[in-house]
Design a protein around this ligand. Structure first.
Ligand code: G3P
Length: 496
């Protein structure tokens, strides 16, 4: 159970503590932040409202711990990560319970998120051993005037202290996708969990605590954005920020100092369906891609661009599948569960209202109960409707009918976002040419967009982010190159 058993030290009365210096602590502020259950809309958990002074102390101990950790043999770092992965998986039920209660993740998906996170940590440990144990040698005679008397030896070294800010929708998985690479590369890690999802994150951090990482190497600080948000992201002791979330990322990027940034900020992933597509395959992927976790995934299908000639048939197949989706509480493993907050539900309703007023066709009745929104497919959407461009992060999906491939590509590329896209066709040549023309970080051919498998490169362009994720890329991103040049005496070769 969340907060009990091996997790009992994390909680004080009904307030979860923050994690610093290898201990669970109460904030001197005496304040707390409340986390609402999206299903009941009542307070579910409370976390500490940490102060700037506590943040400063966290960075001091992170810096000190990192110096020693960087000298810890790679195999020992990997061993500790493997231990954390195993402990995380052993406690999947308790952590999933927190995911269900604070982000309304369907029970089964919540368990899957924890297991996937354990797998990600283990792979990261192995990949770290592979890529960090390699160095590079260069000799010097490629440039005029040089001879072979200089040897340049390069290796990857840690950046220092990495600040990780994961989002509410995968608070555990997208936290470990930052923590694992940071730690294997020899960095210290400060985690700022999302408010909604904080308790799941804290449980995950406790698994790292139980795995025996050095004190101060990992910390988790909770609190109010107004008090510690900018203070954390602009802190002079942060050497790298890895952020996943919404527009806040753009503000962070503008304010951050000259440090590497890894940002994933959402998407409006387009799904282009051509006349020759396997429509059953496309329909299954549209429903899975558009509605799983109630559409609250950066990689969800967020606009369908269907050829007019097949659009009616495709829409009928999608509607038949939508009719089978179950709607209800996450505890019952419903397909569609309440969206994360009332303000999200209001935003989604606003997009739907705009589309309705401008003449879009609805195939399902609009129904909302609190944060629970019944799935809808919004057909005959036109570019003047907000839903054509904006990211609802909810179970509502627009269909735009297109006459040419160019029209589909244009819509995809005219968007501010550029995370992923997908194309359904049996013609592989066309698929590859369309993939080439779609200006997104990834294009999926004959499947819905998705981040995983977690070692695949994952990146967005434009407002979808900067830097590339995926295990290998994240490890590389959280290191810098250090070169040592050995200068041997004199030149060894004379011309003529
Ligand atoms: O929304 C976050 C994004 O990373 C989605 O991941 O695994 O659902 O494709 P995934």
């Amino acid at each position: 159970m969340a907060g009990k058993g091996v997790f009992k030290d994390m909680i004080d009365g009904e307030v979860y503590k923050y994690y610093a210096d290898g201990e669970w602590k109460r904030s001197a502020s005496g304040g707390t932040v409340s986390i609402l259950n999206p299903s009941t809309r009542k307070p579910q958990y409370k976390v500490q409202a940490c102060t700037q002074d506590e943040v400063n102390k966290i960075f001091d101990s992170a810096k000190a711990a990192q110096k020693l950790w960087a000298k810890t043999p790679l195999w020992k770092r990997a061993e500790a990560l493997h231990r954390a992965a195993a402990i995380l998986k052993e406690n999947k039920v308790a952590i999933a319970e927190a995911l269900v209660k604070e982000v309304a993740k369907p029970q089964k998906d919540a368990v899957t998120e924890v297991v996937r996170s354990g797998d990600l940590i283990s792979y990261t440990a192995e990949e770290g051993i592979r890529i960090l144990s390699e160095g590079k040698f260069l000799v010097s005679d490629s440039f005029p005037g040089n001879d072979r008397n200089k040897l340049c030896m390069s290796s990857k070294i840690p950046l220092g202290v990495v600040l990780a800010i994961p989002p509410f929708n995968y608070p555990v998985n997208l936290a470990v996708s930052k923590i694992g690479p940071a730690l294997i590369a020899g960095n210290a890690l400060v985690l700022k969990p999302p408010t909604q999802g904080a308790v799941s994150c804290l449980h995950m951090v406790h698994c790292f605590h139980l795995a025996g990482f050095p004190k101060g190497l990992i910390s988790a600080v909770t609190g109010k954005g107004s008090e510690i948000g900018d203070f954390l992201t602009m802190h002079p002791m942060v050497n790298c920020i890895s952020f996943t979330g919404g527009d806040t990322g753009i503000a962070i990027a503008r304010k951050a100092s000259m440090i590497p940034l890894q940002m994933e900020l959402g998407g409006k992933d387009a799904c282009i369906v051509l006349e020759d597509a396997d429509l059953d395959l496309a329909a299954s992927n549209i429903v899975k891609g558009g509605y799983s976790y109630s559409g609250q995934r950066c990689t969800a299908v967020k606009v369908v661009l269907a050829f007019e000639s097949i659009a009616d048939m495709l829409v009928a197949k999608v509607n038949a599948k939508i009719a089978k989706l179950t709607v209800g509480p996450p505890e019952e493993d419903s397909d569609i569960t309440p969206v994360v907050s009332e303000s999200s539900a209001n935003f989604i309703e606003g997009l739907v209202k705009d589309a309705r007023e401008k003449g879009a066709k609805f195939h399902q009745e609009w129904k909302r109960d609190g944060n629970l929104i019944w799935p809808v497919l919004i057909d005959h959407v036109r570019p003047d409707m907000r839903i054509a461009w904006e990211e609802p992060f909810g179970p509502v999906l627009p269909v735009i009918r297109i006459k040419t491939v160019e029209e589909g590509i244009h819509h995809c590329n005219a968007n501010n976002f550029g995370l992923q896209g997908c194309v359904f066709t049996k013609d592989i040549n066309k698929a590859i040419m369309i993939a080439d023309a779609m200006e997104t970080g990834t294009v999926q051919i004959n499947s819905a967009p998705a981040r995983g498998p977690d070692h695949f490169p994952f990146q967005g362009i434009r407002d979808s982010g900067i830097g590339s994720q995926g295990i290998t890329n994240s490890i590389n991103m959280m290191t810098k190159i250090k070169s040592t040049v050995i200068n041997l005496p004199g030149a060894s070769y004379q011309m003529g």
